[in-house]
Design a protein around this ligand. Sequence first.
Ligand code: NAI
Ligand code: MG
Length: 355
Amino acid sequence: MKYFDIAVIAGDGIGPEVIAEGKKVFSGIAQMDGGFSVSFEDFPWGCEYYLKTGEMMPEDGLDRLKDFDAIYLGAVGYPGVPDHISLGDLLLRIRRGFDEYINLRPVRLLKGAPCPLADVSADDINMIVVRENSEGEYANVGAHLYTGTEREVALQTSVFSRHGCERVIRYAYELARREKRSLTSISKGNALRYSMVFWDEIFAEIGKEYPDVEIHSLLVDAASMFFVKDPGRFEIVVTSNLFGDILTDLGAAIAGGMGLAAGANLNPERKYPSMFEPIHGSAPDIAGQGIANPLASIWSVSQMLEFLGEPVWAERLLTAIETLLVERRTLTPDLGGHAKTAEIGDAVLEILRNR
Ligand code: NAI
Ligand code: MG
């Protein structure tokens, strides 16, 4: 029997509320299947921990996570703790420290999910965004000089290494080849003449090894427009760290909202654990009310199952989410329902049991 050992960082705000549902579903599936078992270890890291200890996670945090099969993360961020600290000292530290250089974000409109675009059906929005996750605009290089004087200046440098660009672009080509779908690179070579021109060159270069993959290149401003006007043109998308961050929030908006958007931070070589999370934040505006939508977190469990070698359960779980959306009986308020967060996991499990 397979045994999955999962580290859980539920984090702040709605993080613990939505993660509880994901754990419920994961354990429930393990009980149904009998082919694998799962255990969770909770780490109480995040902003509350920071307010008590002065750090978001302990000094040896990465060491304590490194032997798990995967990390399941809720959200971090809380009023009173600067966002660059909560994000930088926990989330980005794990992404960088574990070389999770692929951020895989499905932008897929499930049947029954709300879409603000007119005349769009589920088939029209079905893409996978491969976002660079280790360098680029979020490389953490810069300076803040002459603070408080008239000469004050802030510098924030992007890092585009050949190694970093090649590995994410190659990953995207491989995915496109495997899935027999087109690949679109999104960049901004007309204005960012060093970093993005370099990116475009590498995209074209590696493309020579994949003559079977249909490719397109778009500038990020035009791509944003097409995400809204013609999302059907995108299948596999590869883009930089910052552009991927922004485009996938836009993607979430056209594919059911923040409550339905999941993301995987992958170390494809499996040298370190990968991390799975909903892409939304800690939503302080609704935290503590028990109304947060946990479907993004549950979708992350599906991504985790896929990565852990359980693709059949991954797909079944996604289908169960779709059934829940179509039936409309048990949905949280963001999706027009009246259900509480804590009812959603049970509803998903019930669908899985009765399938
Ligand atoms: P947010 O994603 O927390 O919230 C944006 C809006 O979407 C809010 O109105 C919220 O109520 C709603 N929303 C988000 N998730 C929802 C869910 N599951 N169900 C129902 N409604 C949901 O983004 P915001 O407000 O910009 O950031 C809040 C905090 O979260 C900040 O401290 C920020 O730094 C942090 N953050 C953390 C992230 C992470 O841990 N991965 C990602 C994004 C933001
Ligand atoms: Mg984001």
